[in-house]
Design a protein around this ligand. Structure first.
Ligand SMILES: [Zn+2]
Ligand SMILES: [Zn+2]
Length: 388
C-alpha cells in the first residue's frame, strides 16, 4: 500500500511554514492520540503516521529531501525519480541483482559506492568506508622531471598513539558497552523516506561495540593521533606530468587495529617558459633574423643542459624545424635521449632608420627573381591564371 502524502496527512499546503506545520501536527495529534481513542485499534497507526510526517516536515533538511524525492507512489514533479522513491517500484535498478530490494538490508561496505549511487548515498550521509588512503600531489620542475630527482614530501596522517599503543586506555580507564549501538558495533537505520534499512558502522565506537570512560590523555581514546610524516620520493628521469606512484601502507590508519592505507602521489610538472614536451622530445621556438636565415649562421638556443648553440643552414625558411640530436628527455626504458626540436620563426624588424631603409631598397632592387624560387613560381601561376 502506498504511503499517504505527509502534507495531506497533516492537512496543510505544500508551501506551509514551520509554524503552520507545528500547529497542524498539534491539532491532529490531539485528535488521534491513542490514549484519547481507546476503542479504536487504528488510532496508534494513524498517530505513528502523523508523527513521521511531522518529523520529516519539521526538519528542513529532511523536508527538502522529501519534496525532492517524495515517497513511494508519490514522486514529486520534476524529481529524477518521479513516480516513486529512488528505490521504490519505479526505481532505475528495478528487477534482479540489485542489492537494494524492497525493504532489504544493505551493508554499505559490501557494494561499490561510486557514481550515481555514491552521490545518492552521500546525500543520505552514508559514505564509503575509510581505508586510510592519503592523496598528495608533488610539484616538480621541467628539468627535475627530465633528469629525475629526489623530493621530500610531508603530509599529515593518523598513526597509532604512542601513549596507549593504540588501546585508547589510560591508567584509570573503564570499558563500557557503547550506548549508541548497544554493543553491536553497527547501526541499522531506516531513513523513513526510503523503503529500506541501511546498516553502517557505529561512529561512536567505530564498530568496536564498547567505549572507554576516562580514556588515554594523548589520543582521547581514539588510539590514533595525527602526525606529520615525511617520505623521500625518488622521481626517475623521464617522468611525465600526471604520473602516479603508490606507496603501500604509507597512508593513515583508519583505526588503531587496522592496517594503514596507501599514499597515492601524483606528479605535477610545472610549465617551462621555453620548453614543451612531446614524447621524449623537447620542443621550443627560436626567433632568427632574415640575414641569418638567408646566409646561415649560428644562434644561441636554450637546452635542458644549459645554453647551447644551433647551426642555421643558409636559406632556412620560417616555420622550419631544426633538430638538436640527443638534447631531449632521457628515455626511461630504451636508454639514450630524445631530441630537441627547434621551430624557427622569422623576425621582421619593426623600426628602421632611413639609412637601413635605403640599404633594404637597394637590396630588393638587386635581388631579382632568380634567388627566390618559390616567389617566382607563385607569380608564374598568377600569370597563367589571368592570361587574358
Ligand atoms: Zn557503538
Ligand atoms: Zn592514546
Amino acid at each position: 500500500m502506498a504511503k499517504r502524502d505527509y502534507y495531506e496527512l497533516l492537512g496543510i499546503p505544500k508551501g506551509a511554514t514551520a509554524d503552520e506545520i507545528k500547529a497542524a501536527f498539534r491539532k491532529a495529534a490531539a485528535k488521534h492520540h491513542p490514549d484519547l481513542n481507546p476503542g479504536d485499534p487504528q488510532a496508534a497507526e494513524r498517530f505513528k503516521e502523523l508523527n513521521e510526517a511531522h518529523q520529516v516536515l519539521s526538519d528542513p533538511q529532511k523536508r527538502l529531501m522529501y519534496d525532492r524525492f517524495g515517497v513511494e507512489g508519490g514522486g514529486a514533479a520534476g524529481s529524477p525519480f518521479a513516480g516513486g522513491s529512488p528505490f521504490g517500484g519505479a526505481n532505475p535498478f528495478a528487477g534482479g541483482g540489485f542489492p537494494f530490494g524492497q525493504g532489504g538490508v544493505v551493508d554499505i561496505g559490501d557494494i561499490a559506492v561510486d557514481g550515481f549511487l555514491g552521490d545518492l548515498l552521500g546525500v543520505f550521509g552514508v559514505g564509503k568506508g575509510d581505508k586510510g588512503d592519503v592523496k598528495r600531489s608533488l610539484e616538480i620542475t621541467f628539468e627535475e622531471a627530465a633528469f629525475g630527482c629526489v623530493k621530500n614530501l610531508s603530509f599529515e596522517r593518523l598513526e597509532v598513539c604512542g601513549d596507549c599503543t593504540g588501546s585508547g586506555q589510560g591508567a584509570n580507564s573503564r570499558i563500557e558497552t557503547c550506548p549508541a549501538c548497544s554493543g553491536k558495533g553497527r547501526i541499522r537505520f531506516q531513513q523513513g523516506l526510503l523503503p529500506l534499512a541501511v546498516e553502517r558502522e557505529c561512529t561512536r565506537c567505530k564498530g568496536r561495540g564498547r567505549t572507554i570512560v576516562d580514556p588515554c590523555k594523548g589520543c582521547h581514546g581514539a588510539g590514533l593521533i595525527q602526525k606529520t610524516h615525511k617520505v623521500e620520493v625518488t622521481i626517475p628521469a623521464g617522468t611525465d606530468h600526471g604520473s602516479a606512484k603508490v606507496v603501500p601502507g604509507a597512508g593513515s590508519r583508519p583505526r588503531s587495529d587496522r592496517s594503514p592505507g596507501d599514499l597515492l602521489i601524483t606528479v605535477e610538472v610545472k610549465p617551462h617558459p621555453f620548453f614543451k614536451r612531446q614524447g621524449d622530445d623537447v620542443v621550443c621556438t627560436v626567433p632568427i633574423g632574415f640575414p641569418t636565415a638567408a646566409l646561415g649562421g649560428e644562434v644561441a638556443v636554450p637546452t635542458l643542459d644549459g645554453k647551447g648553440a644551433m647551426k642555421v643552414p643558409a636559406g632556412t625558411q620560417p616555420g622550419a624545424t631544426l633538430r638538436l640530436k640527443g638534447k631531449g628527455i632521457p628515455r626511461r626504458t630504451l636508454g639514450g635521449r630524445g631530441d630537441q626540436l627547434v621551430l624557427v620563426s622569422l623576425e621582421v624588424p619593426t623600426k628602421l632608420t632611413d639609412h637601413q631603409k635605403e640599404l633594404l631598397l637597394a637590396f630588393a632592387t638587386a635581388l631579382g627573381d632568380d634567388v627566390q624560387p618559390e616567389q617566382r613560381g607563385f607569380f608564374d601561376k598568377l600569370k597563367d591564371l589571368f592570361q587574358d
